[in-house]
Design a protein around this ligand. Structure first.
Ligand code: NAI
Length: 402
């Protein structure tokens, strides 16, 4: 019996898109193409493939390396050339680029296509439904909590280093009226291989009510009282965490859990029990790399997966350092993170004083206004993925997607 191949379209041209392409193109059961809209990436990548194999170099935990050679069938910047035939479209790029890609693929999307955010980041589903309109109802929309890999391009369009692979990974899943003739999760597992083991979240809101708060909370705790004097060394981001910082991580995480509980109390059939506190999450998912899990503080300080990571810093005169507030820890994690969580809390009717305190400081650092006082009604709200920005204002609106 012959089964037809599933057409996978990787969107993006960065580190993650290179790994996703290298792995997908090596699977016999898939036909893989790449769409990159950015600059001259498509041309460069396609030219490189004319004379080179594409290599994904996997760094194994035992110190050995495995090279996978493969070739996508097409690398293009033209959505018309690749979207109509795609069964699964994987967005693997920074969240700020999602809007451009969604807008460009919308005219060509067919029924039963699966759109995957890898990672999706909070608010991915709202943006998909807003831009794809009625077409989104005919599609499956999946959003992964984070990227499964630590990876870096070694040579653009030619080779990528896959430095680390997560053990498990969760995805949300909105099927609506879509009836694909393949199992989207199985295809994603085929692409990724044995690890990470993929799991479906019970509800699409679960992932939005969880991530993207650690960076802003730690940045705020560290720099809120900074006197502006450059420092001699880049401070360690996780291993240097102190009690003040951890109070904000704990506080925001507790507010997210309470937001989930408030929604469940009002809508008992909505299962958000998977929305857990960050301390429980560390114990559950990082047990193998955490040396001391007795407290949230010790989980962050003793997690070897975070060894050596420093605060984002800029060098100033004399070789000293100042914090880089325009790094993605604030520029992405506020509009595509905390603003979404805050929006969900507003819809649930749950007050979030700690989230607000952190957001107000962060938005000032990046020169934006999302919150005014305790309300999401700032002039830059349209730059965020808060549900309100896409017309989701009530629990009924949120449930309409389920
Ligand atoms: P990246 O920094 O390699 O992405 C750069 C790519 O984004 C560019 O090559 C281009 O294709 C696209 N791009 C940039 N500006 C654009 C624009 N204005 N319009 C359209 N496209 C544009 O990102 P990477 O490393 O692939 O990461 C993807 C996501 O995964 C990010 O959200 C990142 O935070 C997350 N992540 C990455 C990890 C890694 O090890 N690379 C680890 C964990 C998470």
């Amino acid at each position: 019996m012959t089964t037809s191949k599933v057409n996978v379209l990787i969107c993006g041209g960065g580190n993650a898109a290179h790994v996703a392409t290298g792995l997908a193109a090596s699977r016999e059961s898939l036909r893989t193409s790449v769409l990159t809209l950015y600059s001259d990436e498509a041309e460069c990548w396609a030219n490189s493939l004319k004379t080179n194999d594409f290599t994904t170099l996997i760094f194994n935990p035992d110190g050995s390396k495995t090279a996978i050679k493969s070739k996508p069938e097409l690398v293009t910047k033209e959505p018309a050339d690749c979207v109509p035939t795609a069964d699964i479209i994987i967005f693997t790029m920074p969240a700020f680029a999602h809007e451009t890609y969604l807008t460009s693929i919308e005219p060509y999307i067919k029924e039963n296509t699966t759109i995957v955010g890898l990672p999706g980041q909070p608010g991915f589903e709202f943006q998909c439904f807003y831009i794809l309109k009625s077409k989104a109802k005919q599609c499956t929309v999946m959003s992964f909590e984070t990227l499964p890999w630590a990876c870096r391009i070694s040579e653009f369009g030619k080779s990528v280093d896959l430095l680390g692979i997560k053990q498990t990974l969760s995805a949300s899943f909105l099927k609506q009226q879509s009836r694909p003739n393949y199992n989207p999760l199985e295809i994603l597992q085929t692409i990724m291989g044995e690890k990470p083991v993929l799991r479906l979240a019970d509800n699409y809101l679960e992932l939005s009510l969880f991530f993207a708060m650690v960076h802003p909370a730690l940045m705020y705790g560290k720099w809120k009282d900074w006197d502006g004097e450059p420092v001699q060394e880049k401070p360690l981001f996780y291993q240097g965490v102190d009690d003040v910082q951890v109070r904000y991580v704990d506080g925001i995480s507790s507010e997210m859990v309470q937001t989930a509980r408030t929604i469940m109390a009002k809508r008992p059939h909505v299962d958000l029990s998977g929305c857990i506190h960050i301390f429980d999450w560390f114990k559950k998912y990082y047990s193998h790399t955490i040396a001391d899990n007795s407290s949230l503080l010790s989980c962050m300080r003793s997690n070897s997966a975070y060894d050596g990571l420093t605060h984002p810093m800029k060098v100033v005169e004399g070789g000293r350092f100042v914090p880089d507030f325009h790094y993605r820890y604030l520029c992405e994690d506020i509009p595509f993170g905390l603003a979404v969580t805050k929006g969900l809390a507003e819809i649930a009717g749950y007050d979030t004083p700690i989230t607000d305190e952190v957001m107000l400081w962060c938005q000032e650092k990046i020169g934006k206004e999302y919150l005014v006082g305790h309300q999401l009604q700032g002039k830059d709200l349209a730059d965020t993925r808060a549900p309100q920005r896409f017309g989701f204002h009530t629990l009924d609106d949120l449930e309409a997607l389920m």
